[in-house]
Write a protein that binds this ligand. Structure first.
Ligand code: SAM
Length: 216
């Protein structure tokens, strides 16, 4: 198990300042970021990279998202302490650990088996207990729906209708949608049974969402 030190805490404070300077305002998101040791999600050889505001390879051709991107998506989710959240794309488990600081009810699904097991081991080491699933999250998790919030941490070609159906009324989906080069961050709010409001935010570059509703 890696240890957390004053030095790491100091580096986290600096990272939080960087993310704040880039425009993140939600105090709870910033506090969560200050609390979660991002270096726990890195291999020993790369610990020095953990507190840079950059995405980083986690194996299997995937990445741990840039801290600013994690903060940006989390802020858009407007997490309430009673929310039940679905994260699609567990990856390293870092985003999930941030969400767990905001609500205990986090469901997370990962498509890649190696990363799924690695993240589970990490959650165990950290004493965290999200509900983890291995499979195609592009279709959500219908057996555990509805969710107050859904966050997709990979770039999607479309807004999967099946995810919209798994939101509560008043629920929100945050999803990057576009081509494989760049995606626009969208937030869809379910206003009624068949009524949705769409908001558009900045452009990002994510690894592709795979699966039935993703890139083939
Ligand atoms: N949230 C992650 C973190 O904090 O490290 C970052 C995830 S990475 C940018 C995107 C992840 O989405 C990858 O681990 C990838 O394997 C996963 N992914 C891609 N398509 C998926 C799908 N259809 N269902 C579930 N996970 C998927």
């Amino acid at each position: 198990m890696l240890t957390d030190s004053y030095r790491h805490k100091g580096m986290r404070k600096s990272l939080v300042r960087i993310v704040q300077e880039k425009g993140i305002k939600d105090k709870r998101v910033l506090e969560a970021m200050e609390q979660v040791p991002r270096h726990f999600f890195f291999e020993k050889a790369f610990l020095e990279q953990a507190y840079q505001d950059k995405a980083f390879p986690i194996g299997e051709g995937q990445t741990i998202s840039q801290p600013y991107t994690v903060a940006y998506q989390t802020e858009l989710l407007e997490v309430q302490p009673t929310d039940k959240i679905l994260e699609i794309g567990t990856g390293s488990g870092y985003q999930c650990s941030i969400l767990l600081k905001l609500t205990p009810k986090v469901y997370t699904i990962e498509y890649n088996e190696v990363l799924y097991h690695k993240a589970n081991r990490q959650f165990q080491l950290m004493g965290l207990t999200p509900h983890t699933f291995l499979g195609d999250g592009s279709e959500g998790l219908p057996q555990h729906a509805p969710f107050n919030k859904i966050i997709v941490t990979a770039g999607a070609p479309i807004i999967p209708k099946t995810l919209l159906r798994q939101l509560t009324i008043g629920g929100k989906l945050v999803i990057p949608v576009g081509d494989t080069a760049t995606q626009k961050m969208l937030r869809i709010t379910r206003l009624g049974e068949d009524e949705f409001a769409k908001e558009e935010f900045d452009n990002f570059k994510f690894v592709p969402l795979l699966g039935k509703q993703g890139w083939k």
